[in-house]
Design a protein around this ligand. Structure first.
Ligand code: GUN
Length: 300
C-alpha cells in the first residue's frame, strides 16, 4: 500500500498553528507581522501565486500585501522599492516574485533584500548559512519555502525527522530555489545526499538507489514507476501542465504518479502535495522573521 501524503491537509494544520501563534503575539506585543510581495509584470502563473500568498497571509493574521509593478520598471526603481521596505519597521518579510523581466538581474535584487527580511531564503547570506549547516537549522535561519515544505512532508511520512539519519536521498534538480537548498537541508539532517541533474548519467539507476527521492526537475513524468525503489518516499515538486487527449490540459508532476502507486511507501500528489506547503512555509518564515526582529529589540 502506498500512502498518499496530503500536503493540503498538512498545510492547513500548519496554517492553523501559525494563526494561533500570530494571535498570541499580537495580544502580547500589539505587533502584526507584515509581508510584502513584489510582482514585476504580468507573468500569468506568478499572478496566481502572489494572490494565493496574499490571501493565505491574511487568513492567518499577517498583514500581507502584493505590490504590482509595471513590466518596464527600471532595475534601479525596484532596488529603491526594496530599500524602502528594508527600512520600514512594519514590514518583516519581503518577497520578490521570480521570474523577473529580462532587463532586471535577479541576483542583484535578491542581494538587496535585508537578509533578516528575506522570507524566500534566497539571499546569499542565508543560502550560505544553510549550505554550511551540519545539524538542523537554528530558529532564526530563513530556509527556502519549498525545501522546508518538502522536509515537513518527509517528517510526516517517516514519523519524525530523526528517521532521515543515514538514509540515501536523491535530489533531482540543482536549482537555487529548490534542488540546492533541499540537498543542504537533507544533509543537515544526516542524509547521504546525491544531486542529479540534466547531465546525470544512468538517472534511472540513481533513482533506484534512493530511499528518499525529491523530484524537482520540471519535466513531466520524467521518473517512471520502475525507476523507484520499493518502499521509497517520494516528494514530487514538479508542476507541469500537459495536454489531454480531449483537447484540455491537466497538471502532472515529475514522477509518473499512477506507476508509483502500489510500489513506493509514500508519495505526494500533484496538485495537493508540495504546493500548499510552500505557501504555508512562507507564512512560517514571516512569523520567524518577525520574532527574530522582536528578539533583537529585546521584546521577544
Ligand atoms: N517563483 C517560483 N517559485 C518561487 C519562490 O519560491 N519564490 C519566489 N520569489 N519566486 C518564485
Amino acid at each position: 500500500m502506498t500512502r498518499i501524503l496530503d500536503g493540503k491537509a498538512l498545510a492547513a494544520r500548519l496554517r492553523a498553528r501559525l494563526a494561533d501563534e500570530i494571535a498570541a503575539l499580537r495580544a502580547r506585543t500589539g505587533i502584526v507581522p507584515g509581508l510584502r510581495v513584489l510582482l514585476v509584470g504580468e507573468h500569468p502563473a506568478s499572478l496566481v501565486y502572489v494572490r494565493t500568498k496574499e490571501r493565505a497571509a491574511r487568513e492567518v493574521g499577517i498583514d500581507g500585501r502584493v505590490e504590482r509593478l509595471p513590466v518596464e520598471l527600471p532595475e534601479a526603481s525596484l532596488l529603491e522599492r526594496v530599500s524602502a521596505l528594508n527600512a520600514d519597521p512594519t514590514v518583516h518579510g519581503i518577497l520578490v516574485q521570480l521570474p523577473l523581466p529580462p532587463h532586471i538581474d535577479p541576483a542583484r535584487v535578491l542581494t538587496a533584500i535585508d537578509p533578516a527580511k528575506d522570507v524566500d531564503g534566497f539571499h546569499p547570506l542565508n543560502a550560505g548559512r544553510l549550505a554550511q549547516l551540519s545539524s538542523p537549522p537554528p530558529a532564526d535561519l530563513l530556509v527556502p519555502c519549498t525545501p522546508r515544505g518538502c522536509l515537513l512532508l518527509l517528517e510526516e511520512a517517516l514519523g519524525g525527522l530523526e528517521a532521515l539519519r543515514g538514509k540515501r536521498a536523491l535530489v533531482l534538480g540543482r536549482s537555487t530555489v529548490v534542488g540546492r537548498p533541499m540537498a543542504a537541508l537533507l544533509l543537515a539532517h544526516d542524509c547521504t545526499v546525491t544531486i542529479a541533474h540534466s547531465r546525470t548519467r544512468e538517472l534511472a539507476h540513481e533513482c533506484r538507489r534512493a530511499e528518499i527521492l525529491v523530484a524537482a526537475a520540471g519535466r513531466p513524468e520524467l521518473v517512471r514507476g520502475d525507476w523507484l525503489a520499493p518502499d521509497a518516499v517520494v516528494i514530487d515538486v514538479g508542476i507541469n501542465r500537459v495536454p489531454t487527449a480531449e483537447g484540455g490540459s491537466r497538471l502532472v508532476g515529475d514522477v509518473a504518479f499512477d506507476e508509483a502507486l502500489g510500489r513506493v511507501a509514500a508519495i505526494t500528489p500533484v496538485p495537493g502535495g508540495v504546493g500548499p506547503m510552500t505557501v504555508a512555509c512562507l507564512l512560517e518564515n514571516t512569523l520567524r522573521a518577525c520574532r527574530a526582529r522582536l528578539a533583537v529589540e529585546g521584546r521577544g
